[in-house]
Each structure stands twice: as C-alpha cells, then as structure tokens.
Design a protein around this ligand. Structure first.
Ligand code: NG1
Ligand code: MG
Length: 541
C-alpha cells in the first residue's frame, strides 16, 4: 500500500456511489466559494478522511499495531499556489491565507511564514488554523530536506527553497471532538496541499504520514500514529492494519462478506473531552505512565547496564521497546523453546504474566518509588519524563497501564487472525455458510476491549458505558469506546438486521434525554463502510 497518494479523476474514485450526488454538491460549493473569494478558480483540492478505530485502543503510542478504518466524512481543501508578487528573492517570508466555508465559526486567517525559519504554533491557543500550520510545518521540513538533496548547487550558492504562497478554502465534514479524528484529516490534507502546491505531484504516503504524526504533536497532544495512518493509507472497502515497528507499514484487511452482514455503527455520547485541556490528567498522563511502566519493567527485568531502545514513541521509549529487548535478552523458559514463546501472541501472554508479577502496586507508584527503581533522583525523573509532557498526578498506575497495553495488543492480533482466517476461508472450498459464530467472537473481543478501557486503563465514561449496554441489549455483537475516550465516541459491531433496533434503542434510552442541536442529531449515529484515504484532485480549467 506504499507509494504515492492517488490523484483522483472523478469523485467516483473517492466516494461510494450512494454519496456521490451530495458530495458533488459539496465540492461545487467549495470551489465556487473559492472563486467568489479570490476571483479565480482553485488549482487543486486535497482531501483526507476521518477514521474510526475498530480495535487497538491506546496502544499506538506504545508502538503496537492497530486496526482502524477510514470513514467517508473528510476534510477538503481548495487551493491555489502562487509566487507572491511583492516577494522577490530578497523577501524573507511567504503568505498563507486560509478561509473556511463556515467563517462565522472559523474566521479567515492570514499569516506570513519565514522562508527558512520554523512555523510558529501557539499550542496554548485552541485555534482552528493551528492544524493547517502543523501540516505546513511538517511539509516544509520535508520540502527543505528534499530540496537540499536535489538542488545541491543552488544550496551551495545560498539559494534555499522558496515555498509558494497559498490561498486555501477548507470544508471539514468530520465531526469535531467526536473521536473520529477530524484533526488528522485536517493535518494530513494540509500537509498534502503544501506538498502539491510546491510542485510535488506524487506525494509518498509513508512520508506524508510520518510528517503528519510528528507535526500533529506540535498542537499539544503526544499521540501515536494511528489516525494519520488511517487517514492517508486507507482503501475503500477495507479496514487497515497499521504497524509502527520496525517501520511504518499499513495493509488492507477485508471483512468476510458471508451472511449475516456486519455493520459498524458509530455513536456519539456528546460528552466532550478536550484532550488539549485535560491532557495532563488524561491522554498525556497515559503516555507518561506507559513510558514509566516500560522503564520500570526494563530496570527490574532486563540485564543491568542495558538500555531501552530509542524509538519513535512520544517520549522515545515504549512498552514495545521493553518487549523487544526482554525477549532478546531472555532464553526460553525452563523446559524449552515452545512455539508459544516464539509467536507474538505467546510473548504478549508472557508479558502480561510478568507485568502482574513485577508491578504489584494496585494503588499506583509515587515519583519517589519509580525514581528509586530507575536509579534516579525525583528531579532527574521529572526532567526525563514530565518536562516535555506536563502532567498532574500523585501516583502512576503502572500495573494497570501495562496490563491494558499488552492485553489490547494481544486482542488486536486475535481479532485480525479471526477476520483474515474467515475471509480466506470464505473464498475457498470450506466456506462456512453462516458467520454468526465468528461475529460473536469478534464482538466478544470488542467487549473485552471496552472492559479494559473502563476498568484498567480508565479512559471510558459512564455515559459511553451506558451507550454500549443499550446496544448490546438491542442485539449488537460487540460495543466499545473508541478513540481517546473520557467521553466522545463509541463503535459497535452490529448484524445488519439489528441496525434499526440498536438505533431505536439509543434514540429511546439515550439521545431523547439529551438536548441536541440539529447538527448533533445528524452526527449522533453514523453508519459508515470503510472509506478511501487521502487523495488529490486537479481542477480542470
Ligand atoms: P482521538 O482522540 O480519537 O483523535 C487519540 C490519538 C490516537 C490514539 C487514540 C487512542 C490523537 C491525535 N490521536 O485519538 O493516536 O492514541 O487516541 O487509541 O490524539
Ligand atoms: Mg484527533
């Protein structure tokens, strides 16, 4: 699935048939808004979708593989690129003007960017154009690296890259703060637009994803790479298995097509949790706890004098890094080298056992306790783990966080094996006529994930628990919180014939008790098949 971001020739290349007429109206409206504002047509459109995570929650920043899928809702940017007439070779800035089709909510911003300096982003301000800036920042770094390689002579003569100025109009259709990753859709489509504006027609998917992962962290959340990967790499009709080590890879995963058909339903709780505000006690704290758990296990279980490998996780060391080094240093347990020991699944089971045995404090660990095991002073511990990512906590629940991560990594592999086993079986001779048993197993794994998020990782919310309970009662196979959590969004695996019953149950028992705006009503329940990933679309004159 590696290779360049596709260039779409028609909206059919991007959207499913039944959405074409509404999408085509939406695209026309965007392009005419652009022309109305700027007096000339846009050159191109870049698009990236939101995503829903099927399984693999809160493990991407520990570098374990995840299984999300893109949804149809996306962010589209109409763009024109130009050389600023006022800017000659001596001018030290270029201009970005970015507008939104909802100017009352997202007012137009215009800013100058230094030609060879960094893109300043004030992460303390929750400002819509920050997401564009973060894509711009990553894309500029990549453009500069490419320019230095390809233009050695100019570079030697002191002529660096001169980025194009850009006019942009944005239409974001991914619900915001709803766990569907509007942020990754916006950051990746922005970075893609900047690459294209600067002459790169074939933008490498892996490069685009990697730059978006790093640059989205500049907005203030130390996230893993699931969202950006799902947004860029997805192909219509397939979920996506994303791995982060030894390098970023993604491959499509097809669900069995046998009857009864499966539907993924997404339901909003309308409990909003703003990661940018609650990071120090929620998301970012989990990132720190996971890194501390890895360091603690390493200090106790790996040979003295060895180090955790430096990796791409937010703090540069991860539970996956501990996993790798532990089995590298260990011999097989007494009694030989059974096949269990050699598989990922077997290793994860062993890690769960080790975490239970080593991280015994249910009530959590104080700074002093962790520091003494790591052989650090508290000041050194803070400098290493909590300066870069500010957090607020008296105790760190290392046991629970490690157990969730290793358990969830294992469930993700089990889920994948079930789906792929069934898909290949369905194509072959011994196709099973009915996938009910399989669906029940898949559902059970989702339910286990939810229980682990609720009780062990503590990132659920009572109202989301309630939505899951209602869905299961109405016939869903499996129901769980999805995305960062602490409110937000849930995903449900539902047999096709139960979809209406589940929706009606939510309506009667949950949504009718909330005061929702028309916009919220429209977003409350989404039924989306796996959608396609990032694309460019060149506007014909
Ligand atoms: P949401 O909050 O759904 O965008 C976040 C992270 C992901 C992943 C999930 C939890 C960001 C941008 N993304 O997703 O990387 O860690 O939480 O699995 O914060
Ligand atoms: Mg996000």
């Amino acid at each position: 699935m590696a290779g360049p971001v596709p260039v779409a020739r028609s909206l059919r290349d991007i959207y499913p048939e039944d959405t074409l007429s509404s999408q085509s109206k939406r695209w026309s409206a965007l392009l005419s808004t652009f022309e109305g504002l700027h007096g000339h047509p846009a050159d191109f459109v870049s698009r990236s979708p939101g995503r829903v995570n099927i399984i693999g929650e809160h493990i991407d920043y520990s570098l374990y593989s995840v299984l999300p899928m893109a949804i149809t809702a996306d962010t589209i940017l109409a763009v024109s690129a130009y050389d600023d007439p006022s800017s000659n070779t001596s001018s030290s800035t270029f201009t970005i003007q970015i507008s939104n089709i909802h100017p009352e909510k997202y007012p137009t911003r215009e800013f100058e960017v230094p030609v060879d300096g960094p893109v300043e982003i004030d992460a303390t301000q929750h400002e819509w154009s920050n997401y564009f800036k973060s894509g711009l920042r990553g894309a500029l770094e990549l453009l500069r690296t490419k320019y230095e390689k390809e233009h050695k002579n100019e570079q030697a003569a002191g002529l660096g890259l001169r980025p194009k100025s850009m006019k942009i109009v944005v239409d974001g259709a991914v619900p915001i703060g709803a766990g569907l990753s509007s942020s990754a859709a916006f950051v990746t489509s922005s970075a893609l637009a900047v690459m294209k504006a600067n002459g790169h027609d074939a933008v490498d998917k892996t490069e685009l994803t990697e730059l978006a992962i790093v640059s989205e962290r500049a907005v203030g959340v130390n996230s893993g790479g699931m969202d950006q990967s799902a947004s860029v790499f997805s192909e219509r009709g397939a979920a996506l298995f994303v791995s982060f080590v030894p390098r970023l890879t993604a491959r499509p995963v097809f669900f069995p097509t046998a009857k009864p058909s499966l539907v993924f339903l997404v339901a909003q709780s309308f409990v909003t949790s703003n990661k940018y505000v609650t990071g120090p006690i929620h998301y970012n704290l989990r990132v720190v706890e996971c890194t501390l758990a890895a360091s603690y296990l390493h200090a106790v279980l790996n040979p003295p004098g060895t180090q955790l490998p430096a990796d791409n996780s937010p703090l540069g060391a991860s539970l996956h890094g501990f996993h790798e080094t532990y089995f590298y240093h260990q011999r097989a347990p007494e009694g030989g080298e059974g096949p269990e020991w050699r598989t990922q699944e077997g290793q994860l089971r062993e890690l769960i056992r080790l975490a239970k045995e080593t991280l015994t404090r249910e009530e959590g660990y104080t700074r002093e306790e962790v520091a003494s095991v790591l052989g650090l002073t508290v000041a050194e511990l803070e400098a290493q783990f909590t300066t870069q990512i500010p957090i607020r906590a008296e105790r760190f629940k290392l046991r629970q966080r490690a157990l969730h991560v290793y358990g969830e990594a294992l469930r993700t592999l089990e889920f994948l094996a079930l789906v792929e086993g069934a898909a290949s079986g369905a194509a072959g001779e011994n196709r099973s006529p009915d996938t009910t048993a399989l669906n029940a197993k898949l559902g059970a794994l989702l339910n286990e994930t939810h229980a682990s998020c609720r009780d062990v990782y503590e990132n659920s919310h009572p109202e989301v628990d309630e939505i899951c309970r209602i869905a299961l009662e109405a016939g869903a196979y499996g129901s769980r919180i999805t995305g960062a959590g602490w409110g937000g969004c849930s995903v449900h695996l539902v047999p096709e014939e139960k979809v209406e019953a589940v929706k009606a149950a939510w309506e009667g028992q949950y949504f009718s008790k909330k005061e929702l705006t028309a916009e919220q009503r429209a977003e409350a329940m989404v039924e989306s098949g796996p959608g396609s990933g990032s694309a460019l679309f060149v506007v014909e004159e």
